[in-house]
Design a protein around this ligand. Structure first.
Ligand code: IVH
Length: 673
């Protein structure tokens, strides 16, 4: 007999919810997971089973509810307990000095200090927690009343559904910014363009557009995140300083700024501003300036507020990096899925430290909307790693010779008709054999992030497609040495090298093949997820849409895309040809072994700075192969920081937290030990 008291289902459910929320926090907020994705999925699945068996114990704040329920007809309006004010703006340091003088005067000699923080270019949000439970999430709206977007906000994994605290305040409004990371934004736009949907202009629009969706299950598929920096009305808690306030939010397990600059006086502010500017690329979000706040909360009442903004804080806005240049031509790029994308060919110009000679124009609608004509003088903008874009045309500089643009009604590469599908803004080339599509497809298949075929570069792919030697990626595996050696700029030696690369690629991990197939919406991360759920490509091809959708991280759009792609007879035949030519189509046994018993198993590494002997992707893949994980920010849970040249704040953070730091050479040596 077991004399331990039996756990009730309620105890089990509560314990599971608590554990899952903790692991969600470790993964999404700290970027330092302690368990594998599989273990996490298993916990969530057990909770789902228990909740189904005990519907009376259901709770809207259960982690199982983060996937979104039935779509809404409209958002209801909710009043903010304390209005959401905005901030006055300054654009130069003189204006900032005026702000400092005003504060000094109003405080009549009392000591005060500042805290400088990033100004996040996102969408303002106010979360209400009652006794530690998330009850509502409301957009700013007109400052007094906003849209109730609670269902959408619950899908953001880094936002705690329950505040981490033994004695949470009775009531608190926590304020911050919902954003989309630049990498999430770029991936989202890429998949939208492939699907023929209009891309978002920038991460802020993408975040705002996502938050406005009435269907939370779609929002759950968008790479949204949020960071918090203020409180509104609260009961049962007070703060002496802004720094203490943000520390409390951090202790509640909310995402806060990884860096803040406490400072005093204009010298301190100037220094902090320079430092933020220098480090802005290291944040996950777009920053459009700084926010300067008086640190001592006791001074806020004295300083007061105007109708629109408090007098204890101000924003300092950076001018976006822009340049003026001339649009020489508009060319058409044919993507892997046949989408025709207009591209602006520009007079080369320097912006944000790089020479820009091309900018994406997305689609014809966008060109119409901005009235962009060939020959126009245009203002282009480049922010961080975002692809440069044309902001507007300098209409006043037109000579009259500028030419309006029309999308061609045939593919510029193969001459076959271009068509617009219903509900899409993009034109597509309908020819499945179009050489431009085929070249992109084969390049994608052979790329580093997919089958990684050494020696099969862009020029060679072009030649092979032009000479009809390749009609789909499976033809790579029947290439003959004589064919290769007979091509321009190829000799016996290079032909042998290519064939070696081709042969080596036959034994790659299955996820690389899945990624290389070119399934719309499926990138390397999704391919890896699929590999961990299916032992072979044949098994994946049998999965129905429901099974695919049931996998965490695979949404309805991706599930439908995988299902339809693998049912295309042309694709099925190609996969069969790949298999019969000896290309691995199964999960390799050592893929799992490497994950569990690798040199880096259970460890989380952060890679920063410029590496010399490998790309960032290659370094991440090395970590993965050795069973480790990589994260984008340094925390106390980081096992190692690999620091390349010009490492910045992550290096400083690692030093502060006593995290071991490896140079690139030490990292390589470590893996060989
Ligand atoms: S504090 C009472 N801190 O900028 C003022 N706002 O232009 C409370 N924002 O409405 C806002 N980063 O949406 C604050 N570090 C930061 C911010 C920030 C971005 C947004 C916020 C605000 C707007 C004002």
């Amino acid at each position: 007999m077991n004399d331990l008291p039996l756990e009730t289902p309620e105890d089990q459910i509560l314990a599971l919810r608590r554990d899952i929320e903790r692991h969600t926090y470790l993964y999404y907020t700290k970027a330092a997971p302690e368990i594998t994705d599989r273990e996490f999925d298993a916990m969530l699945a057990s909770l789902e089973v228990l909740e189904k068996e005990h519907p009376e114990l259901s709770d809207i704040n259960s982690p199982t509810q983060r996937v979104g329920g039935a779509p809404l007809d409209a958002f209801s309006q909710v009043s903010h307990a304390q209005p959401m004010l905005s901030l006055a703006n300054t654009y130069d340091r003189d204006e900032l000095a005026e702000f400092d003088n005003r504060v000094k005067k109003l405080l009549g000699g009392a000591p005060y200090a500042y805290v400088l923080e990033p100004k996040v270019d996102g969408v303002a949000i106010s979360l209400t927690y009652e006794n530690g439970k998330l009850t509502t999430a409301v957009t700013r709206g007109d400052g007094r009343t906003g849209d109730d977007v609670t269902a959408n906000i619950r899908t953001i994994r880094s936002i705690p559904l329950l505040l981490h605290s033994d004695a949470p305040p009775k009531h608190i409004e926590i304020r911050g910014e919902v954003y989309m990371s630049v990498s999430g934004f770029n991936t989202l736009n890429e998949t939208r363009e492939q699907a023929g949907l209009a891309p978002f202009a920038n991460p802020r629009n993408a975040a705002a557009g996502s938050l406005k969706l009435l269907d939370a299950s779609t929002v759950a598929q968008r790479p949204l995140d949020a960071v918090f920096y203020a409180v509104g009305a609260c009961e049962g808690i007070t703060f002496e300083t802004h720094v203490a306030l943000t520390e409390q939010l951090h202790a509640f397990h909310m995402k806060t700024f990884t860096r803040q600059w406490p400072c005093a006086g204009m010298d301190g502010l100037n220094h902090a501003l320079d430092d933020l500017l220098e480090h802005q690329a290291e944040f996950d979000y777009q920053i459009d300036g700084a926010v300067i706040k008086v640190n001592q909360v006791a001074h806020y009442a004295e300083l007061g507020a105007t109708a629109k903004s408090p007098r204890w804080a101000i924003s300092y806005k950076y001018e976006p990096e822009q340049a003026t240049t001339r649009l020489k031509a508009i060319t058409i790029q044919v993507g892997r899925t046949g989408v025709l994308t207009p591209v602006a060919e520009l007079e080369p110009v320097q912006v944000a430290g790089t020479t820009v000679s091309r900018a994406t124009l997305h689609n014809e609608d966008e060109i119409r909307r901005k009235d962009i004509r060939v020959g126009d003088s245009v203002i282009i903008e480049k922010a961080g790693e975002i692809i440069p874009a044309i902001v507007r045309v300098l209409v006043e500089q037109r000579s009259g010779d500028e030419q309006p643009f029309h999308m061609p009604n045939s593919c510029p590469t193969c001459g076959m008709p271009a068509e617009k599908r219903e509900g899409e803004v993009a034109y597509r080339c309908v020819n499945l054999q179009c050489p431009a599509q085929l070249k992109n497809w084969v390049r994608h298949f052979a790329a580093r992030a997919a089958m990684d075929i050494e020696g099969l570069g862009d020029v060679l792919v072009d030649q092979l497609v032009d000479q009809n030697c390749i009609r789909d990626p499976s033809d790579i595996y029947s290439l003959q040495q004589e064919t290769l050696a007979g091509l321009e700029r190829m000799g016996e030696k290079s032909a042998i090298r290519v064939l070696d690369g081709v042969a080596t690629s036959k034994c790659r991990d299955m996820w690389r093949l899945i990624a290389g197939l070119g399934i719309p919406h499926v990138g390397t991360k999704a391919a890896q997820t699929l590999e961990s759920h299916f032992a072979s490509l044949a098994e994946l091809a049998l999965a129905d849409v429901e099974t695919l959708e049931g996998i965490d991280e695979i949404g309805p759009i991706m599930a439908a895309s995988i299902y339809n792609f693998l049912r295309d007879p042309r694709i099925a035949e190609m996969i069969e040809r790949l298999r019969s030519q000896g290309v691995n189509t199964e999960r390799l046994p050592d893929a799992v072994v490497a994950k569990q018993d690798g040199l880096l198993s259970g460890q989380t590494l952060v890679i920063t700075g410029t590496l010399e002997t490998m790309t960032r992707d290659e370094a991440q893949e090395l970590v993965r192969q050795h069973g480790g994980k990589t994260a984008s920010s340094v925390s106390a849970k980081t096992s190692f920081l690999v620091a390349g040249a010009k490492a910045g704040s992550k290096l400083a953070q690692a030093e502060k937290l006593n995290v071991s730091i490896l140079s690139e050479a030490e990292f390589r040596a470590h893996l060989q030990s």
